[in-house]
Design a protein around this ligand. Structure first.
Ligand code: ADP
Ligand code: ADP
Length: 234
């Protein structure tokens, strides 16, 4: 099933009457269960694309259909509701809240979900803690954890609500190689369990773990290939 469909998507930023065309006529389909990596040089539009996919920002023109929702024409509240239900975010800098415990951080996005009971939320937090192997750290604060553990908490927060798609922005960018490997292994497992993952990275080793690599240059998609093809080209 097609989960994400972008049609002729454009994003223009205007600052001091200067226009920047950050995304230029993007067309992209993502099928449920795919694991894709978005790569490209700094300033090419990767973050803008991820913000649009994540319903954190709106396109200047074009269509974006996510899990059956036409998102281009909906209001802010509806966009937030779809975002909370359908999207899990993983950031480079973890973005945990320092005065909430591990379990509270994971529960936070779920508190915006009016479709879940208190008991369902509790069960989702426990299941995702178990998935990232941090049940024994549930009551700890982020500062009491290593960087690798903090990112695993962020992964648990992203998956707790069983989102349609996981969006990861340089998820290993702040980690040493051992912790990066642990997080990439976790993403491999999630993909194996059926998750749809879209990851921005300029780390070639991380991109190689995905199934499909999309290259962005100057706001345009310039390549879209199965990962195995890229391996033979590079
Ligand atoms: P990347 O993530 O690939 O580094 P970005 O998506 O951050 O690229 O940026 C793409 C282009 O859009 C760049 O030219 C950047 O300067 C511009 N841009 C991004 N966000 C804004 C913004 N909020 N206001 C103005 N220009 C922006
Ligand atoms: P609004 O003012 O429309 O609520 P916000 O930007 O404050 O917009 O957040 C909207 C939703 O996005 C929140 O309900 C929250 O669940 C989710 N969200 C925002 N930032 C994060 C984050 N760092 N991690 C997880 N979810 C987030």
């Amino acid at each position: 099933a097609v989960l994400v469909e972008l049609k002729d998507l454009n994003k223009v930023f205007v600052t001091d009457e200067v226009e920047t065309k950050a995304l230029n006529n993007i067309n992209l389909s993502i099928v449920a269960g795919e694991y894709l990596a978005i790569t490209g040089p700094s300033g090419c539009g990767k973050s803008t694309l991820l913000s649009l996919l994540g319903l954190l920002d709106t396109p200047s023109s074009g269509q974006y259909q996510l899990a059956g929702h036409h998102t281009a024409s909906i209001d802010k509240d509806e966009r937030a509701r779809i975002r909370n239900k359908e999207i899990g975010f993983i950031f480079q800098s973890f973005n945990l809240i320092s005065d909430l415990t591990v379990a509270e951080n994971i529960a936070l996005p779920l508190t915006y979900r009016t479709d879940l009971s208190h008991r369902q939320r509790q069960q989702m937090v426990l299941a995702s803690l178990e998935k990232v192997d941090l049940t024994h750290r549930a009551g700890h604060y982020p500062s009491q954890l290593s960087g690798g553990q903090q990112q695993r908490v962020a992964v648990a927060r992203a998956i707790a609500g069983k989102p349609a798609i996981i969006l990861a922005d340089e998820p290993t960018g702040n980690l040493d190689s051992n912790n990066a490997e642990a997080v990439m292994t976790l993403l491999d497992e999630l993909h194996h369990d059926g998750a749809t993952i879209c990851m921005v990275t300029h780390d070639l080793a991380s991109a190689a773990r995905s199934q499909r690599i999309i290259k962005v240059f100057d706001g345009q998609l310039i390549a879209d290939k199965p990962t195995s093809d890229n391996a033979t080209i590079n």
